[in-house]
Design a protein around this ligand. Sequence first.
Ligand code: FAD
Length: 442
Amino acid sequence: MAKIAILGAGVSGLSLARFLVQGGVDASDIVLFEAGPVAGGLCRSKVVDGFTYDVAGGHILFSKDKPAMEWMKDEAGGPDAFDQRDRHTKIRFEDRWVHYPFENGIGDLPKEATFDCLSGYVKAWHERTMDGSEAPKTFGKWVQWRFGDGIAKHFMDPYNEKIWKRDLDFLTSDWVAGRVPDAPVDDVLRAGVGIRTEGYTHQSIFFYPKRGGFQGITDGMAHSLGASVRLNTPVQEVRQQGEGVTVNGEAFDLCVSTLTLTYAPDLFPDMPADVAEAMRTLEYNGLLSILVALDRPEHPDLSWIYLPHQSQGPANRVTYMSNYATLNAPEGKTSLMAEVTWPGGKPFPGESLEQEILDGFVNAGIMSRDEVLFTDRSTVNHAYVVFDELYHKRREVALGWLESVGVTPLGRFGRFEYDNSDQCVIKSRELAKSMLAKLGKG
Ligand SMILES: Cc1cc2nc3c(=O)[nH]c(=O)nc-3n(C[C@H](O)[C@H](O)[C@H](O)COP(=O)(O)OP(=O)(O)OC[C@H]3O[C@@H](n4cnc5c(N)ncnc54)[C@H](O)[C@@H]3O)c2cc1C
């Protein structure tokens, strides 16, 4: 039988292995190489003194692809293993709660800001529709073109500067197509005069494992795969050999890599210099996730909130972690989690960051200092793909070369794509289908 190597046991690698096994491949013919002591990658969670949080920002389970979502639930023990929650997200603007998406919430702003947003939106809409101006290629200019200068000034620019840590015109605008929904101008006018409009609602409910954090999902997959998952086994060297490849000297017929492209040059000794350069220079952001454990019995009914302003501290998003699942905090306690992005490859900041986060939370009026029990930090080097002008070119070189040496790239940073875990599962399902067909099991 064909021997299959899967590099990385995050949700992409694990779900690919599970689909292959469900399609008739013997689990003993699959090896998942995982550097970490546990599987799960960006879906991992951490439990500290009874408080559970996700290490790569707050994760929720939702998908437009129902079979993929149901499959993920089944892998984690079935629907009963999940809590279901309504999605309640808001933007904190000074001392107000603003409805999300922002253009549907502009009636919640102070009157001057509502006017700025309405006036800018109508002007931008008029220019787009009457002059037929084309969407600008850079993100900063696209924001002005699409939303107008009021929404740019009061929300989009400060929020995006916090999350991307770069001049917004360093980013391209093509990645937002289809990602940022186009609110009808009537809805924005209604919102401006105080008539509630909802905006997009596809995530109106979500699911979260009752136990173990989001990692409950990948734990389920890893458990079913048993000895196929080799933990604490970093991939150190991959070479093409005949029709197959060797991984750390071991021969395989097929190889799928979910490993981060920017690190791949260190693992493939035969990689040409121009390919290595393309991979190393792909842009990305890392992330710090800071749990804030609170001696507070209850939270408002919120899932997560956005903090666009500098006065609210360095966090761009705050997850109400203990609202995701009842068991995410001990009884009578609650928790928040701050997400702070960090430019890829730069050393993470020291502990003064935690103080800035707490000061920001107090300024934003979402907690008081005397409620804080402790904080806990987790970091991930790769969290967000940064879409700059050279992104497509570099990525094409990287993926093309891997394919040419018999390695199929898969996964969020294995392909440098902005995928959620459900999309990883969908892509693994597709890849498994074509691999099973090649193996005569289709
Ligand atoms: C801030 C943030 C919020 C998100 N929110 C959501 C959400 O709400 N819902 C959702 O569904 N998704 C969400 N996602 C996306 C989700 O986390 C990813 O899509 C998914 O986890 C990617 O899985 P992966 O297997 O492709 O990659 P990874 O999880 O990165 O897996 C790669 C694996 O390779 C291993 N590895 C690395 N180097 C080596 C080596 N040399 N040898 C062996 N192994 C190695 C790593 O340890 C890791 O386990 C979010 C992501 C972020 C960053």
